[in-house]
Design a protein around this ligand. Structure first.
Ligand SMILES: Nc1ncnc2c1ncn2[C@@H]1O[C@H](COP(=O)(O)OP(=O)(O)OP(=O)(O)O)[C@@H](O)[C@H]1O
Length: 640
């Protein structure tokens, strides 16, 4: 297929150079999408249907055989050899069972080692004499240690995951799931599915995956290209709200309290009021001179126009553009009353008249969203005026900058401030919406961040993924229902995934002891990974702690894979030193992982130990706010 595309003769086929350039681009994208991926086999399953799909299930109707793979492959005559996993014909590969065989006589799974076919396994789903069996291939694929970036899971998507992946594009869904239940994997495969089922629509409107940080996006960035999908954008929420044209960049940080208040949805109301305060009642008439005549629109009539625009639910900027036309219309009415016969061109000319422009500027001035937020955070009186009845005096004091910002460029904006600017920018001019947005690790977002994401899918749909029990920010939204409301997708379906693929059973059972304290409403997760004996809790003499940690790392490194070392901030330097002394290469917290071993860009040795920090949550406002949770004390260390 790739050779066919490469052999296309594109000379003299386009009418002009623009078309030719577009065609060349499309063809080169197609060649890229058909790239051979070492280690990635073309098919992983086979389905033998009892009857031809779609044909009457009449006795004697011949069945058909399909190979299922990452993408569609056809032979030189155009006949299909491999069917795309997303096609309806492939669905029984994921959903069929002994109890509901979906007209399948045989399901075959192929096993590969490093791209080489090494095993296969058959299930005769319609044969009553064969008992239901658990797939060993599936089990070993799931148990296999993982190193490097995330990979696709098309060969082993589970029925409950498949249901989420194939949901229609019309509705938003929210997936709640314990650690390692495949939320991210499901979200990415859902994007691939939607691009298959609604390619043209999404090509026009765009698709976006939002992740919590660069390292995370880097970790998942290979999944969609491996499925042949190259057109999906990735961003963090901070990327979305950093609008270079507005000149504000995040350079500062907020205290937890300030960030929590700035992330509160009440700030949207404060911004709305502050913006509207720029509109003032007209005091002067607007006098338009055309030729030898003067046309006068009195102040009270201008005021009616302004009031009417204010009562309508339109953006500040759109109303500002409508006002000159309203004034021009009033002038035209007067012209007609005087016996003239002006047409539309006259109305446009009057709308552009200097007197009209000056009147509009006086009553409905242009507003820069960054300057508006700068003023709110710097000017206590301005904030007090517009936050009255919304934020109390303490809250106002908390969000005000200690040192007022002097200008948009020099101000020390925090990430939460950029979200406020984004909100203000949207109040002035509508933010364009994409066709579909996947929001991962959503549990950490503030209400204002949800609003920022919601603007980007206001006319599209969203897949929201996260685990309420894993929320780590003080500004995290308390429930999915509330989060979906802020996102503008009130009442969207909430699905729960409870089967873990990453974390072995013993570990998840231990961690689940926290659930009653941190997320009482959630079901306990199970795991399909056994890995018995991989989990132990050891008491160590404090004096020997570092040595014990290093010994545990060395022990773990005798197995395949890398190690994650979790420690409190204060312990990081000592542990880093101990790792160095033991000759264990490691990455410090917040450092981006090095490129995969063997990749062309890898120069440095692949670190074997990654360390990260955690905090005692007792100090965090999230846990001290009684209304948020019933946690008796620190949910992480269980101290009272
Ligand atoms: N059906 C599956 N078959 C094989 N592997 C799977 C399957 N589902 C998930 N996994 C693997 O399990 C691991 C965890 O998946 P993923 O990161 O998507 O979970 P998550 O729910 O997003 O986790 P977290 O709560 O930490 O964000 C990944 O390595 C993923 O490839």
């Amino acid at each position: 297929m790739r050779a066919d595309v490469e052999a296309l003769d594109l000379r003299d086929v386009a009418a002009n150079w623009v078309n030719a350039a577009a065609l060349h681009h499309q063809v080169s994208e197609r060649i890229k999408a058909l790239a051979d991926l070492a280690d990635t086999p073309l098919f992983f399953g086979r389905l033998d249907y009892l009857h031809a799909p779609g044909a009457e299930a009449a006795e004697g109707a011949e069945g058909e055989r399909f190979y299922i793979g990452r993408r569609h492959v056809h032979d030189a005559d155009g006949d299909p050899m491999v069917i795309d996993w997303r096609a309806p014909v492939s669905q029984p590969f994921y959903q069929a069972s002994k109890t509901a065989p979906m007209d399948i006589a045989l399901r075959r799974r192929f096993g590969y080692t490093g791209g080489e076919l090494t095993a296969y396994e058959d299930e005769r789903l319609s044969d009553p004499s064969e008992a239901e069996q658990t797939s060993k291939l599936l089990q070993s694929e799931i148990e296999r240690p993982r190193v490097g970036p995330m990979r696709d899971i098309v060969a082993t998507i589970q029925p409950e995951q498949d249901e989420i992946v194939r949901q229609g594009i019309g509705g938003t869904i929210c997936v709640q799931g314990a650690p390692g239940t495949g939320k991210t994997a499901v979200g990415l495969h859902r994007v691939a599915y939607l691009l298959y089922a609604h390619r043209e629509r999404l090509a026009r409107s765009g698709t976006l995956v939002i992740g919590p940080n660069r390292s995370f996006l880097h970790y998942i960035e290979q999944v969609l290209p491996a499925l042949g999908e190259l057109q999906v954008a990735q961003a963090t929420v901070e990327d979305l709200v950093t609008r270079p044209a507005l000149g504000a960049e995040a350079r500062g940080t907020d205290s937890a309290d300030a960030a929590r208040i700035k992330g509160d949805a009440r700030l949207a109301e404060v911004l709305r009021r502050a913006l509207r305060s720029y509109v003032t009642a007209p005091t002067e008439p607007c006098v338009v001179v055309r030729g030898s005549r003067r046309w006068r629109v009195p102040a009270y009539e201008l005021e009616e126009m302004v009031e009417e625009l204010l009562t309508r639910d339109i953006r500040y900027g759109a109303a500002r553009e409508a006002l000159p036309q309203r004034i021009a219309h009033a002038v035209l009415v007067r012209m007609e009353q005087a016996g003239e016969a002006p047409d539309d061109r006259v109305q446009d000319a009057v709308a552009r008249n200097a007197a009209v422009k000056a009147a509009v500027k006086a009553v409905w001035p242009p507003v820069d969203p960054a300057k508006l937020v700068l003023r709110l955070l710097s000017d206590a009186d301005f904030l007090a005026e517009h936050a009255e009845g919304v934020l109390d005096a303490d809250e106002q004091k908390t969000v005000l900058w200690a040192k007022p910002g002097r200008g948009v460029k020099s101000a020390k904006w925090s990430p939460a401030d950029l979200v406020l600017i984004d909100e203000a920018a949207d109040l002035i001019e509508r933010t364009p919406s994409l066709g579909h947005v996947v929001l991962d690790e959503a549990q950490d977002l503030s209400p204002m961040q949800y609003r920022a994401v919601g603007r980007r899918c206001s006319t599209g749909s969203a897949t929201v993924l996260g685990d309420i029990a894993q929320g780590t920010t003080p500004w995290a939204t308390a429930s999915w229902e509330e989060a979906l409301t802020h996102l503008g997708k009130d009442g969207a379906a909430i699905e729960e995934l409870t089967q873990g693929f990453r974390v072995p059973r013993e570990v998840i059972a231990y961690a689940s002891r926290l659930l009653p304290a941190i997320a009482p409403g959630l079901s306990e997760a199970t795991s399909i990974r056994e890995a018995a004996g991989d989990f132990s809790v050891r008491a160590v003499d404090p004096a020997e702690l570092d040595a014990a940690v290093i010994a545990a790392c060395q022990d773990a490194l005798t197995h395949e894979g890398s190690v994650g070392l979790i420690a409190a901030d204060a312990r990081v330097p000592a542990l880093a030193e101990a790792l160095d002394a033991a000759g264990l290469t490691h990455l410090s917290p917040a450092r981006r992982p090095a490129p995969r071993p063997g990749s062309r860009s890898s120069r440095r040795p692949w670190p074997r130990v990654w360390s990260t920090t955690t905090w005692c949550w007792t100090n965090r406002p999230r846990w001290s706010t009684a209304s948020r949770t019933n946690a008796p004390g620190c949910a992480a260390c269980m101290s009272p």
